[in-house]
Design a protein around this ligand. Structure first.
Ligand SMILES: Nc1ncnc2c1ncn2[C@@H]1O[C@H](COP(=O)(O)OP(=O)(O)OP(=O)(O)O)[C@@H](O)[C@H]1O
Ligand SMILES: [Mg+2]
Length: 303
């Protein structure tokens, strides 16, 4: 079974409008709601790839219920810990000539809530995969992913971590199968200047020396580069097209990589499917759909 873990999910409230001005009443031209959070995005894209997963993590209040129902209606199985207090956050994204985002904090978790989440992995085994993605609740410290992984790793399950800075670095001793920093996350994790492929390689190898098995560095429309545990360096360009919404491109890439690797056990194919999913999301309004993924994969494979 594949589990995706989203510790701090969100409903994104997208507001399209001209010239928002602080200190006045602004009126929107249109608005949309998207249920999300990074692990949840991975589950949704896996579903498009016809790969079953269980979405877990923390949810709270009426917004949490909405996310759970949306996932279930889309055929994604859920098994979240429901927090007693607070509501799952609503992030406000204002789209005008510029993009302005207000990402809210979301509910706090207690030690007991974390214990309940860790307990969900009691029966996990080496055939399972656990994907940990995104930000953590406001009161969680930088060891939260490491605490989850210390239990999961003992079972021999394959793990994926899409996080940054100390939260990411603290997990590496548990030897995640895959980590997927984007280039900015690589820069902020090491507080270093990273501009050439040679720089990227230097820091990816550093991450491998700390314990990461495979390191996939994504670079938006410039594509990505994969450093495998058997010392291959595989560059993959991204298909060209009009980017409509790049939010979730990285999550789609993680879903595509895992689905591709499970199907083929081949890193090159996994990276191609990962890229097809990432770019298909960048070229779509929301997350990628099957048709667009297939179209992108054909384009990538024909090169
Ligand atoms: N503008 C784009 N055009 C084509 N492909 C893109 C574009 N943006 C992203 N992609 C594809 O998606 C992959 C992942 O994108 P990116 O590096 O932006 O991830 P990310 O920053 O982790 O995204 P997020 O965290 O918002 O999900 C890229 O390597 C590329 O293959
Ligand atoms: Mg990302």
């Amino acid at each position: 079974m594949i589990y995706t873990v989203t510790l701090n999910p969100a409903i994104d409230f997208i507001i399209n409008m001209d010239n928002p001005i602080l200190g006045t009443i602004n009126r929107s031209d249109s608005e949309t709601l998207y249920c999300g959070g990074k692990g949840i995005n991975v589950s949704m894209v896996l579903k498009e790839l016809e790969v079953h997963s269980i979405a877990t993590g923390f949810l709270a209040g009426f917004t949490g219920k909405e996310i759970e129902e949306t996932l279930q209606n889309q055929g994604v199985q859920t098994d979240f810990v429901h927090l007693e207090n607070g509501i799952t956050r609503i992030n406000v994204k204002i789209r005008s000539d510029e993009e302005t985002d207000i990402n809210t904090k979301g509910p706090s978790i207690s030690d007991y809530d974390l214990h309940l989440l860790i307990k969900k992995f009691d029966e996990i085994n080496s055939d399972d995969i656990v994907i940990l993605s995104g930000s953590a609740p406001k009161n969680a410290d930088d060891t939260i992913y490491a605490k989850l992984l210390s239990k999961i790793a003992k079972s021999g399950a394959m793990t994926v971590v899409d996080s940054t800075k100390k939260k990411l670095l603290n997990t590496l001793e548990y030897k995640p199968f895959l980590i997927k920093p984007n280039i900015n996350e690589l820069i902020e994790t090491f507080d270093a200047k990273i501009s050439t492929l040679h720089d990227v390689e230097k820091y990816a190898i550093k991450l491998q020396n700390l314990g990461a098995r495979n390191v996939l560095v994504s670079m938006g429309d410039k594509g990505s580069v994969l450093f495998t545990e058997d010392k291959q360096v595989i560059l993959q360009s991204a298909p060209q097209g009009e980017a409509i919404n790049t939010v979730g491109a990285g999550d789609s890439m993680v879903a595509g990589f895992i689905a591709g690797y499970l199907k083929s056990k081949d890193y090159k194919f996994a990276l191609k499917l990962a890229t097809a999913c990432g770019s298909a999301t960048a070229f779509s309004e929301g997350l990628c759909k099957q048709n667009e993924i297939s179209r992108m994969l054909e384009l990538i494979e024909s090169k």
